[in-house]
Design a protein around this ligand. Structure first.
Ligand code: IMP
Ligand code: MG
Length: 179
């Protein structure tokens, strides 16, 4: 599997360092809040697990599953809710945890969907941000790393459901896409 990679963009150490920095910032910002961390399945799972270890305040976790990609490398622009939250978020301080913010289509739909539930606040933390690809008007308050417009895999991010289990983030060799 590792031989499918062209290069490594973020090493395990760099990812862990970002998780620690983001966690410390979030800890400061959410001391007196009623925090619910909402992970967007499936890509955010690794990031969420590492990030919340560095958030030193009371919090609850929940998950949402949406589909926008249908297995390729380009977003279709359509977002479908596959799994909704397990409990009410009225009055809560929601922190959406996402692996990557690209066109913003996915997060724009999710934030509108959740804000309608009378939350006290709603912010986004994303490990990766591709600002050059943005189409929807949306930004994350907390960003691990801004990256160029390249398709990346690993640490939760997939290509056709594969590579999520890599402990770091990298780009795939051209021949993998053209197979
Ligand atoms: P957006 O709606 O275009 O912002 O896309 C966000 C979603 O697309 C993310 O949650 C990922 O699942 C997926 N995605 C975007 N860019 C990449 C990438 O480079 N590698 C893997 N998945 C990606
Ligand atoms: Mg995703």
């Amino acid at each position: 599997m590792k031989s499918d990679l062209k290069n490594i963009l973020l090493s395990e150490e760099e990812i862990q360092q970002r998780c620690k920095q983001l966690g410390e910032q979030i800890t400061k910002d959410y001391q007196d809040k009623d925090l619910v961390c909402v992970g967007i399945l499936k890509g955010s799972v690794m990031f969420m697990a590492d990030l919340i270890k560095h958030i030193d305040t009371h919090l609850a976790i929940d998950f949402m599953d949406v589909s926008s990609y249908h297995g390729g490398t380009e977003s279709t622009g359509e977002v479908q809710i596959l799994k909704d939250l397990g409990s009410s978020i009225e009055g809560k301080d929601i922190l959406i945890i996402e692996d990557i913010l690209e066109t913003g289509t996915t997060l724009k739909s999710i934030t509108e969907f959740l804000k309608a539930r009378k939350v006290n606040s709603l912010e986004i933390v994303t490990l990766l941000d591709k600002p050059n690809r943005r189409k929807a008007e949306i930004e994350a308050k907390y960003v691990g790393e801004k990256i160029p417009d390249e398709f990346v895999v690993g640490y939760g991010l997939d290509y056709g459901e594969h590579y999520r289990n890599l402990p770091y983030i990298g780009t795939l060799k051209e021949e993998i896409y053209t197979k």
